[in-house]
Design a protein around this ligand. Structure first.
Ligand code: KG4
Ligand code: ZN
Length: 344
């Protein structure tokens, strides 16, 4: 539980979204703003770190200004920022501004773990999950099944051995000429296709424990696309490829998640991260699971400042005086500890 009436400013700059929000336990989300850099990176087919950092510098302060005005009332009591994992240059922009504001306002900072924030994003919803729950974290950089027993008490059950699931969506979308990042566009195209048109592999569905692998599926799609290109039949089958790919991914994710929930005897599942916005994934999990499935609202599945602010509120006892610009490219989720006040 979050105690006290601490007003938290949350700052997210780990990748290609500048997100800022103000959250107050008991009152909820008071303000929120986001700038997506998708258009800047699209022509390169992926995120260019240098461009990302420079754009965060341009956008961050005006967004902070905007949410403080939206929220009204007193200055925040603490500033939470994404300290990792992510692009170091991009992280340093958020970390630098958070520390600067904290120095000027005489406030503490809370360094937040980006994936923990994704995992806690459903806490922003009216119907929030209670621990323990099983978390399926599926984004452009991560695919993880985690048994969450409390804040900072995470057991990694499975992860991807190669590509992240969002990456697989993006690469397949690129093959189909859908631009970058193409996950959402691929899901839209899939609506018009026949998911049984192509028999694609469900990688490691029946072996490998709770680990995932998506590179074999990606190769299978690529070979199929090449064959269709060769026969001149690709144009008529793009939607069928999208639908068959999405079905293979969803079958794999849902199969592994349900097995994990059963073996851990957990009756709540949280789905978070960008791919959590996928409508078919949501529908199939709801259909296959007897327990309850919790999600953030779709706009809080992808990167945002609100989840950083709420994670900062849960970790307020870990607040530190400003001064150290934390920015970690790698930072395993399972290395986190419970917040200071909960440690024995
Ligand atoms: O969590 P996120 O915003 O950023 C990372 O931390 O990676 O996730 C972005 C990923 C991208 O790969 C994007 O293509 C994917 O989430 N994505 C989707 C959908 N919406 C976003 N994938 C499948 N279906 C969607 N509706
Ligand atoms: Zn993310």
């Amino acid at each position: 539980m979050i105690r006290g009436r601490m007003r938290i400013l949350g700052i997210e700059t780990s990748c290609d979204e500048t997100g800022v929000a103000v959250f107050e336990p008991g009152r909820g989300l008071l303000a929120e703003a986001l700038h997506s850099q998708v258009d800047l990176h699209a022509r390169y087919g992926g995120v260019v770190p240098e461009i990302a950092s420079r754009d965060h510098i341009r956008r961050l302060l005006p967004l902070v200004d905007e949410v403080l005005r939206q929220a009204g009332g007193p200055r925040p009591d603490a500033i939470a920022y994404t300290a990792g994992p992510g692009l170091v240059g991009a992280l340093m922009v958020g970390s630098g501004l958070a520390n600067g504001l904290a120095l000027a306002w005489d406030r503490p900072v809370v360094p937040v773990h980006h994936m923990e924030a994704h995992l806690l994003a459903p806490m922003l919803e009216p119907e929030a999950p209670d621990f323990p729950f099983l978390a399926l974290l599926v984004s452009g950089g991560h695919t993880m099944l985690v048994a969450a027993e409390g804040i900072g008490r995470y057991r990694l059950l499975g992860t991807t051995l190669d590509d992240a699931v969002g990456e697989a969506f993006d690469k397949t979308a690129k093959l189909l000429g859908l631009g970058y990042p193409g996950g959402a566009a691929l899901a839209r195209l899939a609506l018009e296709g026949d998911e049984r048109a192509f028999d694609l592999p469900r990688p490691m569905l029946h072996h490998g424990g709770f680990d995932f692998s998506f590179s074999g599926l990606k190769t299978a799609v690529m070979l199929q696309v090449r064959a269709l290109e060769h026969d001149g039949g690709l144009a008529g089958h793009r939607a069928d490829i999208a639908a068959s790919f999405q079905r293979a991914v969803v079958d794999t994710l849902v199969g592994k998640t349900l097995n994990a929930a059963r073996s851990e005897r957990i009756s709540s599942i949280v789905v978070a991260g960008g791919v959590g916005a996928n409508v078919m994934l949501r529908a199939e999990l709801a259909r296959g699971f007897e327990g309850k499935v919790f999600y953030p609202r779709p706009e809080f599945c992808t990167d945002n400042g609100a989840m950083i602010a709420v994670a900062g509120a849960f970790r307020i006892s870990d607040a530190v005086p400003p001064g150290e610009i934390e920015a970690r490219a790698r930072w395993p989720l399972y290395s986190l500890k419970p917040p200071k006040r909960n440690r024995k």
